[in-house]
Structure formats: C-alpha cells, structure tokens
Ligand binder design. Structure first.
Ligand SMILES: Cc1ncc(COP(=O)(O)O)c(C=O)c1O
Length: 391
C-alpha cells in the first residue's frame, strides 16, 4: 500500500471494518465490553481505557505524523494537560512567547500552583533558548529545564520557530521538545521528523475541519513516553468519545483538499492585504517579507492559512468586526468557513495585558482564519468592512 500522505488521509489508521466490509470505521458506542470469564476479555475492557473507534483514529493520527503512538483526547487542552502531567514539581518549561491563551492559562493557573514552573522565551531565537537553559540549569535556586514547548506558527502572531534547530539544542541539553502542530497539521508539517519528542494538536481546528467537534491529540515515537501518556490518558480520563472519534476520522479524509484551498486563499488574501494600503502590520509566514519565511519554507510544505494583521489607525477595528457580512466573528479557527477573532479579548484574554503588549498581541490585532469560500467573495467582504470602518 502506498504511504503517501494523501493516501494515508483516506486509508491510514484502520481502513474500514474487517468484520462487515463497511468502508468506514464503525462507531463503537459502548462504555464496556463482555468478559467471558474472570480475567478473560477480547482486548477491550472499558472505553476510557480503549475503544475501537478511538483506537482507529489514534492509529491514523500516528500514521499521519509519522509517529509510532497516537492518543486522542476530548479537547486540545485535555491533550496538553495530559502531556504536561508527565512533568513533576520542581520541573520548569521553556515556552514560546506567543502561544494559545488557553495553554498559557493551563500553565499559569493550573500547573504553576502545583510547582511546575515555566519561563517565556522567544523560541524563534536559538541563543535565547540556549541562554535560558544554561541560566536555569546553572542557578542553584532555580529548577532545571525539563522541556521546551513551542507552537510554530505560534498563535496569534504566527512567529516561526526552527523546529529542527531547537530539537538539536534540546538534545544537546537532554530536554524534551513538545510542538503544538495545530496551525499546520501533519499535511503541512511533521515535527517528529524534525526532531520533536511530542506533538500535540487541537483536533478541533483543521483536522476536524468543520467547526463541529472539540478534540485533541498527542503523538510520540518513544515507547517510554508513550506508555506514560497512555497511563495518564486512562488515569486522568479526558478521552475522545466514539462519535467524536468518527467525526475526526471523517474530517481527516478531506484534510488535503481543504488545506490546499485554505493555503491558496490565505496566500492570495495576505498578498492583497499587504498591497491594499489598509494594514499597518501583517503576520503571515507565506509572505517573503515575513521574518519566518525562509525557515517556514525549509520545514513545512506551506504557510498555513492563519493571517494576523493590524489595520492602519484611520480604520476602527471594532467597527471592522461589526461590518463583516460573510466572515464570522467567532473563537476558533481551521474550519471550512472564514472566522475572525480579536485575540486581546477572546482567544488570548487569559494572558495578562502587560505580557500581551510585551510580546506584540496589541489590542488592535485581528486574527483571520481563512476558510475555503471563493477568495473573491472574501476579499470583497474584507474591503467593504474596512471601508466602512474608516474613522
Ligand atoms: C494552537 C492551539 N493549541 C491548543 C488549543 C486548544 O484546543 P481545544 O480548544 O481543542 O481545547 C487551541 C485552541 O484554540 C489552539 O489554537
């Protein structure tokens, strides 16, 4: 069987149902399984521990990421929570300076009080990472760095981190590298092949692709890390339901064709915005002017379809949001429909304002998840909303 990614999207994981010949994996809507006698079962015991629909999806996401072991969770944050649970009090994480606000909240208000510390660094700067590792590991009164946690492109400023280069630093100092691959999906970027130890995802976004399911994933190659994660997945219990597992498998089948259109629409719109005279700043790693452009081209098969921008001061961003007709103001991203959001009050509101300002998540920042509608209709909607927002 071919192992090309486009084929794996449709036939990877568990391909259909051997028992009946059904071309789709059945939804095993069951919480438990009959045992013929004490200690004898079919390999399935209880659906928190394992469920055939979820297991098919877990194998599929592992196949797509080029990893050995996949795990599916009830949300991206449930996946990240389980991954962070491999660390212990006294460990410290180095974290990208712009990451999803919910991940920051989890680190800051759930794990930090339990003694798992974090330090924010600009992970696009290799020297800054190495300095932070040395400074922490050499200081007697500071916990040792256990892992580096990055998003690339990062949410919401699309900052690009050189995953392979960071993985070399991580290996040199024997730290784990965790990469949130939500914005690109394995269709465009496979961090395990670039040297990452753990990949996490919000499956809610492009993998599901239709803004109808909340899901999360972790994928690893190392057996010891996988065993610990499977143990924690069962012990903590934030697993993905059978029906939602089916929806993810179904969404993933069209990931390739969706991503191709997402990327082409986003590239057209980013170039148009840049030349339009409407924007003061634009963040999109597919623009040659973007500081991450070269690294992005080296490590990924496309720039993704997230664009962030700040309108020139003569346009009022609040009016812009209100005037959009086709593009929807909503949390989330990665669905077939175009969504815009205001990171400062929505996705990144849980990051204190001083930190937001420091890293560039200004109040005027607009984040745009470019959908797969007709690109001319999207440009027309942007144009009329920006024009209507002129002060
Ligand atoms: C990059 C990134 N990681 C993780 C998450 C959390 O995922 P979920 O909402 O599925 O819990 C999000 C959600 O927006 C995200 O954008």
């Amino acid at each position: 069987m071919s192992t090309s990614l486009n084929t794996l999207l449709i036939h990877g994981g568990v391909d259909g149902d051997e028992t009946t010949g059904a071309v789709n994996v059945p939804i095993y809507q069951t919480s438990t399984y009959k045992q013929s006698e004490l200690g004898v079962n079919t390999g399935w015991e209880y659906s928190r521990t394992g469920n055939p629909t979820r297991a098919a999806l877990e194998k599929l996401i592992a196949d797509l990421e080029g990893g050995e072991y996949g795990l599916a969770f009830a949300s991206g944050l449930a996946a990240i929570h389980t991954v962070l649970s491999i660390f212990k009090t006294g460990d410290k994480l180095l974290v990208s300076d712009n990451i999803y606000g919910g991940t920051f909240r989890l680190l800051d208000t759930v794990f930090k009080p339990l003694g798992l510390e974090y330090e924010i660094v600009d992970t696009s700067n290799l020297e800054a990472i190495e300095d932070a590792i040395k400074r922490n590991d050499e200081a007697a009164d500071s916990p040792n760095i256990a892992a580096i946690y990055i998003e690339s492109p990062a949410n919401p400023l699309l900052t690009i981190t050189d995953i392979e280069a960071v993985s070399q630093v991580a290996k040199k100092y024997e730290k784990l590298l965790i990469v949130d691959n939500t914005f690109l999906t394995p269709y465009l970027q496979r961090p395990l092949q670039l040297g990452a130890d753990i990949v996490v995802h919000s499956g809610t976004k492009y993998l599901g692709g239709h803004s109808d399911t909340i899901a999360g994933f972790a994928v690893v190659n190392d057996k010891a890390i996988a065993d610990r994660l499977y143990y924690l997945q069962n012990a903590i219990g934030g697993v993905l339901a059978p029906w939602d597992s089916f929806l993810m498998i179904r969404g993933i089948k069209t990931l390739g064709v969706r991503m191709d259109r997402h990327v082409s629409n986003a590239t057209t719109i980013a170039k148009w915005l840049q030349e339009s005279g409407y924007v003061d700043r634009i963040y999109f790693p597919g623009l040659e002017s973007d500081p991450g452009y070269e690294v992005q081209n080296k490590q990924a098969d496309g720039p993704g379809a997230m664009i962030s921008f700040v309108l020139k001061s003569e346009y009022d961003y609040k009016t812009f949001f209100r005037e959009l007709k086709l593009i929807t103001l909503a949390e989330s991203l990665g669905g077939v429909e175009s969504l815009v959001c205001h990171p400062a009050s929505m996705t990144h509101a849980s990051i204190p304002r001083e930190i937001r300002q420091e890293v560039g998540i200004v109040d005027e920042l607009i984040r745009f998840s470019v959908g797969i509608e007709d690109v001319n209709d999207l440009i027309a909607d942007l144009t009329q909303a920006i024009e209507a927002s002129r002060r």
